[in-house]
Ligand binder design. Structure first.
Ligand SMILES: C[S@@+](CC[C@H](N)C(=O)[O-])C[C@H]1O[C@@H](n2cnc3c(N)ncnc32)[C@H](O)[C@@H]1O
Length: 205
């Protein structure tokens, strides 16, 4: 357990730093050379649903810094298109588009690259403001857009996995999935921090 003696750190900041340093997933992230501990959430989801298949065209939304794309490449997937409003450091064999997923111009670029989409994974979360209602509203609005896009453009039996937050619009997300997809499941990966409001929804077309 790492202890911090610096007097200048306030109690909550100290606890945050200690938790970060002592977080096993962070250690493992470094050992395995991933860019973010977020990778462990996708690993759990993959183990549970086993939905990625060879030759699948995979769209990775909110991809930066890139651990989900790294994982897919390590697993041998070849057709990955990643999108983020933040730059993503190059990953060999991953196509990256810098831009906002909700922008029509960016969605056009997706169709230029993929004529068929088999899987959409979205870890999109907007920058938090501290206002929990507003934060969950903003992230969940995008999650709903991801689900609507998936319903429209995923191929038959295609899968979408998308992050949302417990809170505003959560009911709309669940209702939309129930009505429009053949099967849906909700998953809170063990690697997701307990105090985080994030949850993932898995839907099959
Ligand atoms: C939790 S991070 C994703 C981590 C990523 N899955 C990984 O494994 O490295 C959330 C990302 O969503 C991105 N994001 C937020 N709004 C977005 C939008 N409208 N379009 C695309 N990306 C967005 C953020 O820039 C951020 O990089």
């Amino acid at each position: 357990m790492i202890k911090f003696k610096k007097k200048s750190l306030r109690g909550s900041s100290k606890r945050w730093i200690q938790r970060k340093y002592n977080d096993n997933f962070i250690k493992k992230t470094k050992q395995l050379n991933y860019r973010s501990r977020a990778v462990f959430k996708l690993i759990e989801i993959d183990k549970k649903f086993n939905c990625f298949k060879k030759n699948h065209n995979i769209l990775d939304l909110g991809s930066s810094p890139g651990s989900w794309s790294q994982y897919l490449i390590k697993k041998g997937f070849k057709n990955i298109l990643s999108i983020d409003i933040l730059q993503m450091e190059y990953i060999p064999n991953v196509n990256f588009i810098l831009g906002d997923f909700t922008d029509n111009k960016i969605q056009k670029k997706i169709f230029e690259k993929f004529h068929e989409i088999n899987i959409i994974i979205s870890d999109i979360a907007v920058n938090t403001t501290g206002n929990k209602k507003l934060d969950s509203y903003k992230t969940n609005s995008i999650c709903l857009e991801v689900l609507k896009f998936s319903f429209k453009y995923l191929c038959q039996k295609g899968v979408v996995i998308a992050k949302y937050f417990n809170g505003e619009l959560e009911k709309n997300i669940i209702q939309y999935s129930k009505v429009n997809f053949n099967r849906f499941k909700i998953i809170k990966p063990l690697s997701s921090r307990k105090d985080s409001k994030e949850i993932y929804i898995y839907c099959e077309k």
